[in-house]
Design a protein around this ligand. Structure first.
Ligand code: HEC
Ligand code: HEC
Ligand code: HEC
Length: 143
């Protein structure tokens, strides 16, 4: 009887050690990195327009976020590629990467992109793990 109780105690102790080790080491592949398209399903495979869209009563389309005095973007077809017709070196507007990276990463403590979308590069970019090439997702305009 006494022997059996000792074994139970030992078994519980061993279980405790294993549990503690798991808790202390913590990290698993799933929670160590947020890499949509690589580790998680990509909720925004078309990039900009998959996130900036009409969602129920809310209109998050890009046109709602442009400065008031911004030139008309009605004729554009593919986003963000066509934005670069003006947003390029020597173009009418500031270069696109700078505009995008600034708007989605400045004031991190209250930036919606950082707060609600984990600020992931892979919300806008894709990386081809066979070639190592990084590109920008794109999609048809939704306005
Ligand atoms: C995963 C979601 C997501 C994706 C993808 C995304 N955005 Fe955004 N974007 C946001 C959020 C959230 C904000 C900030 C809204 C806020 O905090 O008011 C924002 C802000 C903006 C703004 C406003 C900038 C400013 O200075 O106020 C523009 C313009 C914009 N995005 C364009 C784009 C374009 C173009 C792309 C594609 C290259 C893109 N976004 C991709 C979520 C996204
Ligand atoms: C016909 C030219 C043209 C096209 C096309 C264009 N832009 Fe612009 N954009 C400008 C000019 C010029 C400015 C600077 C003047 C202003 O702020 O209104 C600007 C400013 C901006 C700004 C403010 C940047 C800052 O630093 O204040 C954002 C954000 C922006 N554009 C996003 C976009 C996005 C996203 C697209 C594509 C959907 C786009 N633009 C397409 C010409 C263009
Ligand atoms: C909101 C969308 C968005 C997010 C988020 C984003 N990028 Fe970009 N990035 C772009 C766009 C659009 C371009 C321009 C592509 C083009 O001109 O072909 C670009 C271009 C670039 C370039 C090449 C041009 C340059 O700036 O030298 C690099 C490098 C880059 N991104 C790195 C990053 C990294 C690192 C992150 C995450 C920290 C990130 N990007 C997050 C939209 C984004």
């Amino acid at each position: 009887m006494k022997k059996a109780r000792t074994w139970v105690l030992l078994a519980l102790l061993a279980l405790g050690v294993v549990a503690a080790a798991v808790i202390l080491s913590g990290a698993t592949a799933a929670d160590s990195a947020y890499l949509p398209g690589l580790l998680q399903t990509d909720g925004f495979p078309k990039g900009c327009v998959d996130c900036h869209k009409v969602d129920g009563k809310n209109d998050y389309r890009i046109t709602k976020y442009l400065p008031k005095d911004h030139p008309d973007v009605g004729k554009l077809a593919t986003i963000p590629n066509d934005c670069a017709s003006c947003h390029k070196k020597g173009g009418a507007g500031p270069e696109l990467p700078a505009v995008m990276h600034l708007s989605h990463y400045q004031n991190t403590e209250k930036n919606g992109f950082v707060l609600y979308y984990k600020g992931a590069c892979l919300n806008c970019h894709t990386v081809d793990v066979k070639t190592g090439r990084v590109s920008v997702k794109s999609g048809a305009k939704n306005w």
